[in-house]
Ligand binder design. Structure first.
Ligand code: FES
Length: 163
């Protein structure tokens, strides 16, 4: 944790205790995730209870409390995607990336990161393009009508190598 970096972010705000969301967004942007140490430091320095900081950090799905891989893969598990086989896509991704579902984070979020830190895998609840179900998002790009046959080709675009 870089306290200088955190101080610089906090000092930007005249009333930092009312700007927790903005502060957390900026810290994640700079550090890639929100470490426990960072949250404790922010809590002490802006005088907002740690429980309140944690509830904000865990409420918004875009916050990560664990380090994440270079490429973030989110499998939509919303109703339309579920009906069209999202679970099979998720299982296949776990297999291809060699990650297992037993690494659920303490905040209940599901985030699996490959050993080489090139990919993180999680689930989401509807990207708003249900007609393309099942849908997977990699970073900011949406892939629709996914099948287990198209997964390897797409993963290769992001540096995945078959083992
Ligand atoms: S349910 Fe998957 S995009 Fe809407």
């Amino acid at each position: 944790m870089e306290t200088n970096l955190l101080d610089n972010i906090i000092l930007k705000y005249q009333n930092p205790s009312g700007k927790v969301l903005s502060i957390l967004e900026e810290v994640q942007e700079k550090q890639g995730y929100l470490s426990r140490e960072s949250l404790i430091y922010i809590s002490k320095n802006i005088k907002v209870p740690l429980t309140q900081i944690y509830s904000i950090a865990t409420f918004y799905s875009f916050f990560n409390l664990k380090p994440v891989g270079t490429n973030i893969i989110s499998v939509c598990m919303g109703t339309a995607c579920h009906v069209k086989g999202a679970a099979e896509i998720l299982n296949n991704l776990e297999y291809l990336l060699d990650v297992k579902e037993d690494e659920i984070t303490s905040d209940g979020k599901f985030l699996l990161t490959t050993q080489d830190k090139n990919f993180s895998l999680n689930v989401a609840r509807c990207f708003g393009c249900c007609s393309m179900a099942p849908v997977v998002r990699i970073n900011e790009k949406i892939y629709g009508h996914m099948t287990i046959n198209t997964l390897p080709k797409i993963l290769k675009e992001y540096g995945w190598i078959k083992k």
